[in-house]
Design a protein around this ligand. Structure first.
Ligand SMILES: Cc1cc2nc3c(=O)[nH]c(=O)nc-3n(C[C@H](O)[C@H](O)[C@H](O)COP(=O)(O)OP(=O)(O)OC[C@H]3O[C@@H](n4cnc5c(N)ncnc54)[C@H](O)[C@@H]3O)c2cc1C
Length: 460
């Protein structure tokens, strides 16, 4: 037993540390396609003090520290590229505080999306958060750290825009509060009217500190929710359709998807839109506004609403949507990964065409999805591929297709989202040099010994 192991065991307790082969194997990988790399230790802290102890130890011994939520980002962001300590945050899963009238919640650094949703559904049925379509074990913090998007992103932007404060353990082991909670008992703002320091942590992929608490905006949850699907076979019209839909300001969430199988879906772009209301009148008013806004596309026979069989409707209303996970089984073997750049809305058709080309070139099964962000300010466009984990050649083809998708996105004015380490370097290559120099200074200041999730956001 090494001295480091012994010290970590004293911090988190002997039951919450491991350096056994089984854990090192498990924590060396994520469900995606990135190369594996084993940690030396895995720890699961329960308190902020324990997180501080781990980071102080790592800092003194100059050992890497990799904070981990559910490890579901799929792009290798929690794979310990240089070994060291994986800090699995799942035991820090409390809902610390709800402020109903100011509509925010404070959760711990490992609280899952599913736990928060279940808590709100049970105790605050008129409140909701912007749940992503990731499996419910995904953590709230892991999601905002990568600038995730969820069911309310069409209206309110990235989920990270909804953060209302952070408590962070810095690379030195010190605790720092970010936002109104730094000067007040209330967690209502991550920045304004102060300088917004949350940008030192959000988007940094755990390379600047470990978030131990996070405030998050909550929103009104209406009593009723319904779904409509508008179809068009003209990809180039999708931005115009989205423009009209978002102009109504009546739609909760909009997802566009297209896929070749089953045949029923082939050739069409499905614009799935959600409306909500507290009364039937409110719901029907919104439905009418939505239908009216798209009338011109129906009149020109460029699109129309699809009748949804009552049997399949609940699947579309699920939160998170389970259909996405089922896509992983299309070619058996359970593999699924997507590259999801954030792209300008007007480029939808260009990205859709590229996805079809990539699928053909690399002979892989695909599905395309796009989520509207912030009233059509941008789209997350997912190049999603499924693969058989027992078929190494197929996995290699999917990897190549994803790499090409990432390069294509940068070339077309998009920015890869939750980028792999290679994509991070590609982004830095394209970035304006003074901006790169600024990132380098910030990273050096926040993590002088380079111990925080090393390999990620490394400015060389
Ligand atoms: C089927 C499927 C559907 C998905 N749909 C969506 C979707 O609709 N929207 C969406 O946004 N994403 C989606 N995702 C992607 C991803 O699963 C989610 O974004 C998820 O919320 C990531 O959370 P996590 O807990 O798995 O984070 P992890 O993968 O564990 O971590 C992500 C990053 O955050 C860092 N990190 C984690 N915890 C901390 C902490 N406490 N402090 C500092 N850094 C930390 C990690 O080091 C890593 O860099 C989907 C994934 C799958 C598999």
């Amino acid at each position: 037993m090494t001295a480091i192991y012994q010290s970590l065991a004293e911090i988190v307790g002997a039951d919450h540390i491991s350096s056994r082969a089984e854990e090192r194997y498990f924590y060396a990988r994520d469900p995606g396609l990135q190369p594996v790399s084993e940690p030396d230790y895995v720890v699961a802290p329960k308190t902020v003090d324990e997180v501080q102890g781990i980071v102080r130890l790592a800092s003194a011994a100059k050992i890497p520290v990799v904070p981990m939520g559910a490890g579901l980002a799929l792009t290798g962001l929690v794979i310990p590229l240089r070994g060291g300590i994986v800090v699995d945050m799942k035991r820090m899963n409390a809902i610390v505080e709800i402020n109903e009238k100011s509509r925010y919640v404070v959760v711990e650094g490992g609280t899952s999306q599913g736990a928060l949703k279940a808590y709100l559904d049970k105790n605050y049925p008129r409140l909701r958060h912007s749940i992503p379509d990731a499996p419910p074990t995904a953590t709230v913090v892991g999601n905002v750290v990568i600038h995730g998007q969820g069911r309310l992103s069409q209206q309110y932007g990235f989920n990270s825009d909804m953060v209302t404060g952070l408590e962070v353990v810095l690379a030195s082991g010190d605790i720092c509060r970010i936002g109104s909670c730094a000067t007040s008992p209330y967690w209502f703002s991550k920045g304004a009217p102060l300088p917004d320091l949350s940008g030192l942590f959000l988007g940094w992929l755990g390379t600047t500190g470990i978030i131990t608490k996070c405030g998050l905006k909550l929103y009104p949850k209406k009593a009723m929710r319904d779904v409509e699907i508008f179809l068009t076979d003209r990809a180039e019209l999708v931005p115009d359709i989205l423009y009209e839909l978002t102009h109504t300001e009546m739609v909760e969430d909009i997802n566009i998807w297209f896929q070749p199988k089953p045949l029923l879906f082939r050739g069409n772009h499905h614009i799935t839109l959600y409306i909500t209301g507290d009364t039937t009148e409110e719901l029907e008013f919104k439905r009418k506004m939505v239908w009216d806004s798209l009338k011109k596309f129906i009149d020109t026979k460029d699109g129309g609403f699809m009748w949804l069989l009552p049997a399949i409707k609940p699947g579309f209303l699920d939160m998170p949507a389970k259909n996405i996970t089922r896509f992983a089984d299309v070619c058996k073997g359970g593999g699924f990964e997507y590259s999801g750049p954030i792209v300008p809305v007007e480029k939808y058709a260009v990205f859709a065409k590229k996805l079809e080309e990539l699928a053909q070139k690399y002979e892989v099964a695909y599905s395309g999805t796009a989520r509207v962000i912030g009233n059509s300010h941008a789209l997350m466009f997912a190049f999603a591929f499924t693969f058989n984990r027992a078929d190494a050649a197929m996995m290699e083809r999917v990897r190549a297709a994803l790499d090409e998708a990432g390069e294509f996105s940068l070339h077309e004015g998009g920015v890869p989202w939750k980028p792999t380490v290679d994509e991070q370097q590609n982004i830095l290559r394209e970035m304006e040099s003074n901006t790169v120099a600024l990132l380098k200074k910030i990273k050096k200041m926040m993590d002088p010994d380079g111990i925080m999730n090393p390999g990620n956001w490394e400015v060389r």
